[in-house]
Design a protein around this ligand. Sequence first.
Ligand code: BV8
Length: 252
Amino acid sequence: MSSVQLQRAADVLKRSERLVVLSGAGMSKESGIPTFRDAMEGLWAQFDPEELATPRAFQRNPRLVWEWYESRRLQVLAVQPHAGHYALAALEARLAQVVVITQNVDGLHKRAGSTDVIELHGNITQHKCSADCRGAPTLLDLAALSQDSVPPRCPYCGAYARPNVVWFEEYLPEDALSRAMSLCANADVVLIVGTSGIVQPAASLPYLAKRNGRAFLIDVNPERDEIAPICDLYLQGTAGSILPRLVALISA
Ligand code: BV8
């Protein structure tokens, strides 16, 4: 990526009035969280995330799925946001509107200080009743749940507790998805960071922003992804290296 491209991206971002940031698993890689494309390590190497992150897997083997999420939750709690997360949070003080729409379930954008974050796929540190017995979602406090069974059970109806994330073949939270769609349809700039652009419906959001040629799309990724062809600028590199340099140029 050339410094000319970086400067051009900074100039476009500086003029933005309705910036949407779309982030994927690559955004958290430099915090030490492997992406879905990375082979899973250790105990979990034998499993395919797309197989485990499904209602079917939970039905078939609730303990296995619960333990996979518990290991990921502890990993998330043990890591920190990196300079790229903090750079995005710093943008809020410099630009008219910055909304982060993330596919990630690790909560790192909020921990870095971003105040308007849409978590399309939920949050791995939250738990809910798998039957949503008191409405969707029936959130549960893990610390208050009896540890007699694995997974623990909902105190209201006895169904298993589960992580408050969206599994494959589950619908995204209505309010999150509709707000994300309307923000993308009205964005003037979309900064896409660390996503392969494969998982739907998140992967359609950049296309929605591009419809009628409205938004200027900037893609940050060390590798070319599925979204690159419709982007106006492709900045080849990692979130942790590019985002702080972008924000420094915007602040200059
Ligand atoms: C839905 C939460 C309607 C859980 C996640 C057949 C049957 C049923 C459904 C489908 C089907 N075919 C397609 C579908 C739809 C399906 C889907 O898209 N499947 C894919 C596999 C094709 N989607 C769904 O099921 C969605 N729901 O459609 O509902 C419905 C209902 C019933 C029946 C049918 C349809 C729900 C999708 C949400 C799933 N939950 N997460 C959990 O985390 O455990 S998805 C999960 O995977 C992540 O959240 C993320 O979204 C996705 C991984 O994608 P990315 O974030 O892009 O990450 P990835 O690893 O792919 O790429 C990382 C990128 O970063 C790479 O490009 C890499 O180069 C780059 N990178 C690496 N390092 C860095 C970097 N970039 C910057 N800096 C770096 N340092």
